[in-house]
Write a new protein. Structure first.
Lengths: 420, 117
């Protein structure tokens, strides 16, 4: 029996969500201990006896038994989930109630409850994302620190504060309340979007780590649209955007493991299944009056995905979509991407004009791809010397070895361009 | 061929710490299984053995039965395997691949006493 590559991590998220529902949100640490116990037991037994036929079910059953032990032993000393109240107090109802709470559909709902609880409005966005990764995706402090290129201490501090906020909310978010659900949903979308982007554009040099973040974001988005209240056009659009971008991940690194710009990517390596799934979700998103940033970003990704070669790209359409995005969520980075699309459509000179016209351009000063874009456009209009200076500025801001290699190669290209 | 027992010993706290994150635990388990599988394929496993609960009772006499072994010993036996090897040197050599060593644990390699001579 082969194990799914990240089975333990995934199951950790599922088990913690359900156990926290049972124990109550202030007993998150207890839930984490029970999960740890279940894994220890799996480790002890499986290494001698092999992996059971249904490893997930085995782990869940183990967690369930441990939960029953804990409830029986400690229910007089502690108050567990207030919303379950007395059901856990009597021996007659305890076992059937816990059994019901471990049913597959209940576990799905628990993950949603936890997802919404992690997006507590009092938490900064970065803390929401870290908390989701930790509690729902089973990432350890060190794994989050490495994914976000942060330190163990910084992540630990962020997580422990976030957990305090979570615990102080007294109960998990109630997903059955349609109005509350709808009110919190945009925050959840945003956190999933940031989680995905951390994988897609993030600073980690580990391609594998980044793919994992994207996969986790996609998995959580899928949980969201599987729920009747979660399957809104914006959720579908967000999931479509994730699929269409994730489809390109295999082509982002070339054969020698170097970063490859969108224009240079071998498009035959884009994942056709993810493109198709992205298209399907994008179609599902096209209902109702609301046009979110996710709709527009997904539409831009879909235009790229529909071009077999970079020359076939409908740049005019992409520029107009960026115009739309600027009216929904204007930012210097969106404006920069728009300028790059303008350059593709109307030439590098026009692109540079658009960049010069970006409001808040100083906010791009720490963004390596701002200078890289300037360099690329200068190079394209034959100014190798100026281009090289921009790439040098970008290089100084590069966040990892992969970006550095990419920018060094662009600098070399400037030299070749200048002497050609 | 002679018979040997591998006793897997580790300190409880170290055992927990070595577990780490779910991802690390899964990797650790997969290493164990790969190691066991390899030993089995090479015909060295006589009995895969059993994992042991890390605590039970320590009995020293009718009036001296205590919880344990954690009260007396930091070093807890977590399981055992019955191995077949040419000699002690080979049994030791084979044990070097055991993942418990990476987490600060110990494999005690003990020849089974030969009773037929």
């Amino acid at each position: 029996m082969e194990l799914h590559e990240h089975l333990f991590r995934r199951e950790a998220g599922r088990m913690v969500a359900t156990l926290t529902r049972i124990f109550g949100v202030e007993h998150l640490a207890l839930a984490e201990d029970v999960v740890q116990d279940a894994f220890c037991r799996a480790l002890e037994v499986w290494k001698f006896r092999g992996v059971p036929e249904h490893p997930s079910a085995w782990l869940m059953a183990t967690a369930k038994h441990r939960a029953l032990d804990v409830l029986r032993r400690e229910r007089t000393a502690r108050t567990f989930a207030p919303e379950l109240g007395r059901l856990l107090e009597s021996e007659e109802t305890l076992a059937p109630v816990v059994e019901e709470l471990f049913a597959a559909h209940a576990i799905k709902d628990d993950q949603l409850r936890m997802m919404f609880s992690c997006c507590h409005p009092r938490l900064p966005e970065a803390a929401q994302v870290a908390l989701m990764l930790h509690v729902l995706c089973g990432f350890s402090v060190d794994e989050i620190a490495s994914a976000f290129v942060s330190t163990h201490a910084a992540v630990e501090k962020r997580l422990s504060r976030a957990k305090q906020t979570l615990a102080s909310s007294e109960r998990l978010f109630e997903i059955a309340e349609a109005a509350d659900f709808a009110a919190r949903l945009p925050t959840v979308h945003r956190a999933l979007y940031l989680l995905f982007n951390e994988g897609y554009h993030g600073a980690s040099a580990e391609a594998a780590v980044r793919v994992e973040l994207c996969q986790e974001a996609l998995r959580l988005a899928a949980l969201l649209f599987a729920h009747p209240l979660g399957s809104t056009p914006a959720t579908y659009a967000l999931a479509a955007m994730m699929c269409l971008h994730a489809a390109r991940l295999p082509a982002r690194l070339d054969a020698s493991g170097n970063l490859s710009a969108l224009a240079d990517q071998d498009r035959s390596r884009w994942d056709p299944e993810l493109v198709a799934e992205g298209q399907r979700l994008l179609d599902l998103s096209a209902t109702g009056p609301e046009l979110t940033e996710y709709h527009v970003e997904a539409a831009i990704a879909a235009v790229h995905a529909s071009a077999p070669r970079v020359e076939d790209t409908n740049w005019a359409q992409i520029v107009s979509l960026y115009d739309r995005l600027m009216t929904i969520r204007a930012s210097p980075v969106v404006a920069l991407n728009r300028a790059i699309a303008v350059a593709q459509h109307e030439g590098p000179g026009r692109g540079l004009e658009e960049i010069a016209a970006i409001a808040d351009r100083d906010r791009l000063a720490a963004y390596p791809f701002y200078y890289a874009a300037l360099g690329e456009l200068e190079l394209r209009r034959g100014k190798g010397e100026t281009a090289r200076e921009h790439f040098r500025a970008a290089l100084a801001l590069a966040r990892n070895a992969m970006e550095r290699r990419f920018l060094e190669q662009r600098m070399d290209a400037c030299l070749r361009g200048a002497f050609a | 061929m002679s018979a040997f027992v591998y006793l897997y010993r580790s300190e409880d706290a170290a055992f927990r710490a070595a577990m780490g994150s779910p991802e690390q635990m899964q990797k650790s388990m997969q290493k164990w299984m790969a190691w066991m599988k390899q030993l089995g394929e090479q015909g060295h496993i006589k009995d895969q053995g059993h994992p042991l609960e890390r605590a039970g009772r320590v009995v020293k006499g009718k009036r001296a039965i205590t919880d344990g072994p954690y009260a007396e010993s930091k070093d807890v036996i977590g399981g055992y395997t019955l191995i077949e090897a040419k000699d002690l040197a080979q049994a030791v050599e084979l044990s070097l691949g055991c993942p418990i060593l990476e987490g600060g644990g110990v494999v005690e390699v003990r020849p089974v006493l030969k009773t037929d001579m």
